[in-house]
Design a protein around this ligand. Structure first.
Ligand SMILES: *Cc1c(COP(=O)(O)O)cnc(C)c1O
Length: 408
C-alpha cells in the first residue's frame, strides 16, 4: 500500500508527536483492535494501566534499575572494524545479543512482567514458536515472582527441545498444543483462549509488536530503549547520526525498537529486512511487507501473506524468529508513507552474512539479524564510505543445530 505525499507527511507528524496510534489503536490505516467482545474490557484496561505505568516515575525507576542490574543495559555499541574493511563503509552494531537471555526479547518480557504484577494478575501466559520469547517470559516472570505458562505447538516442542528444558528450568509450565498446525499459530490460539477464559486473573504477555491495540504500541514503548541508547552511543562514537539503519523484521519488535529514535532524523535512511526464505514464490518466504497485502491477523490490520481465497500462507525461513506471516502495523505505516524501506534477504544470503560476521568480528549472530547484515553489506557496496548502524538482535548459539546441518 502507498499513501499520497501530503497525507504521508501529516501521518508522520502525528506518529512523531505521539498522536499515533490513535484512540482506536490505529497507525493511519493500520493496526486497530480486532478482538472478541469478551476481551475488549481487558484490552482497554491494559492500555489504561500501561499509560499509568509509563507516567509513574517510581515504576519507571524500578524498571530502569532492573534493566541495568538484571538485563545488562545499556548494551554496547560496537565498531565493526573487520566488516568495515570488507565492506568499504563505517559500521557500528548494537549488541542486543549481549542482553540477558541472549536477545532483545527480554526488554519486552521484563517490562510486561512488571505490568502484569501491577495489574494484580495471578498468572502470566505467553505463546512461543522457537522458544526464544518463552525463555524470556519464563525468566522475567521468575524475576518478578509470577507463575508463567508458555503455550507451544507440539511440533515446535520436538524441534526446540533445549528451549523447552530452559523454560522448565526457569520455573515455567510449558503447555503442549497438539492441535491445528501444532506450531506457533495453534499455540497463539490456545494462549488467547486461556486469556479469554479469565481476562482478570491472566496476563497475556505478547512477544512482538503485533496483535490488537495496545500491544504494538506497548511493545514498541518497551523496545525503544534500543534505539535511544544506540542514537546516543552513536553520537558519542561517531559524532553524528548514521546514514543508514538496518534491522531484521519478524513481527517487528527489535526493528521498531531500534528505528523509533531515528524516525525524526531525515538524514538517516531506515531499512527493515524480512525473511526472503527460499525465494519469492508463495509459501517460500516470510516477507509480509515485501510480498504481502493488507489484511487482518491476530487482532490487527497490517501487511499479511495470504492467497486469493484469503487463506493465510505457509511461511518458510531458516530463522524461526522471522517465520511469521504477519508484521506489526507500525511497520506497515512506515512502509506506506515511505519513511522506511523493506527488503528481503534469502536463507542462503543470511547464512553467508552470518559466516562473515563470525570470521571478521568474532561474533556469532543469530540467523535473524544475519538477514540485516546481508542487506547492510549490499547497501554499503553501492554507497561507499557511509556510516551504517545495524541492530544485532540476538546471539546465534541457539542456531547451532541449523548451522551444523548446513555446514556438513
Ligand atoms: C524473535 C527474534 C527476532 C524476531 O522478532 P521481532 O519481533 O521481529 O524482533 C529477531 N531476532 C532475534 C534474535 C529473535 O529472537
Amino acid at each position: 500500500m502507498k499513501i499520497q505525499e501530503a497525507e504521508a507527511r501529516s501521518l508522520m507528524a502525528a506518529l512523531l508527536s505521539g498522536e499515533l496510534p490513535d484512540s482506536e489503536g490505529r497507525f493511519g490505516p493500520f493496526g486497530g483492535r480486532f478482538a472478541p467482545e469478551t476481551l475488549m474490557p481487558a484490552l482497554f484496561r491494559l492500555e489504561r494501566q500501561a499509560r499509568q505505568f509509563f507516567a509513574d516515575e517510581d515504576a519507571c525507576r524500578a524498571l530502569d534499575e532492573e534493566r541495568r542490574e538484571w538485563v545488562g543495559r545499556p548494551t554496547p555499541l560496537t565498531r565493526a572494524r573487520g566488516l568495515e574493511r570488507a565492506w568499504g563503509a563505517q559500521v557500528w552494531i548494537k549488541r542486543e545479543d549481549l542482553a540477558h537471555t541472549g536477545a532483545h526479547k527480554i526488554n519486552n518480557a521484563l517490562g510486561q512482567a512488571h505490568l502484569a504484577r501491577r495489574l494484580g494478575a495471578a498468572q502470566v501466559v505467553a505463546e512461543t514458536g522457537a522458544g526464544q520469547h518463552g525463555v524470556a517470559a519464563a525468566a522475567a516472570c521468575a524475576r518478578v515472582g509470577l507463575p508463567c505458562a508458555v503455550y507451544m505447538g507440539a511440533l515446535d516442542m520436538e524441534r526446540q527441545a533445549p528451549n523447552v528444558q530452559r523454560m522448565r528450568q526457569l520455573g515455567a509450565e510449558v503447555v503442549a498444543v497438539d492441535k491445528g498446525d501444532r506450531t506457533l499459530r495453534a499455540a497463539t490460539d490456545e494462549a488467547f483462549r486461556a486469556w479469554v477464559a479469565d481476562p482478570h486473573g491472566v496476563y497475556y504477555l505478547l512477544g512482538s509488536a503485533v496483535g490488537p491495540h495496545p500491544y504494538p504500541w506497548l511493545v514498541r514503548e518497551l523496545q525503544k530503549i534500543i534505539g535511544e541508547e544506540a542514537r546516543q552511543q552513536f553520537a558519542q562514537s561517531a559524532g553524528g547520526l548514521p546514514d543508514a539503519v538496518f534491522a531484521c523484521v519478524g513481527g517487528g519488535s527489535n526493528a521498531i525498537g531500534l528505528f523509533h529514535a531515528f524516525l525524526g532524523d531525515e538524514s538517516a535512511r531506515i531499512f527493515g529486512i524480512e525473511a526472503g526464505g527460499k525465494g519469492p514464490g508463495a509459501g517460500q518466504n516470510a516477507a509480509s511487507l515485501c510480498a504481502g497485502k493488507p489484511g487482518v491477523l491476530h487482532g490487527s490490520y497490517s501487511m499479511l501473506l495470504y492467497d486469493d481465497d484469503g487463506q493465510v500462507l505457509e511461511t518458510s525461513s531458516i530463522s524461526a524468529g522471522l517465520d511469521y506471516p504477519g508484521v506489526g502495523p507500525e511497520h506497515a505505516l512506515l512502509q506506506a508513507v515511505g519513511r522506511a524501506a523493506y527488503l528481503a534477504a534469502s536463507d542462503e544470503q543470511a547464512l553467508e552474512a552470518l559466516a562473515e560476521c563470525c570470521r571478521l568480528e568474532g561474533i556469532l549472530p543469530a540467523l535473524e539479524p544475519a538477514h540485516a547484515l546481508f542487506a547492510a553489506r549490499a547497501w554499503a557496496r553501492e554507497n561507499p564510505g557511509k556510516r551504517i548502524l545495524i541492530g544485532l538482535s540476538g546471539r546465534g548459539d541457539k542456531d547451532m543445530p541449523t548451522l551444523t546441518q548446513t555446514l556438513s
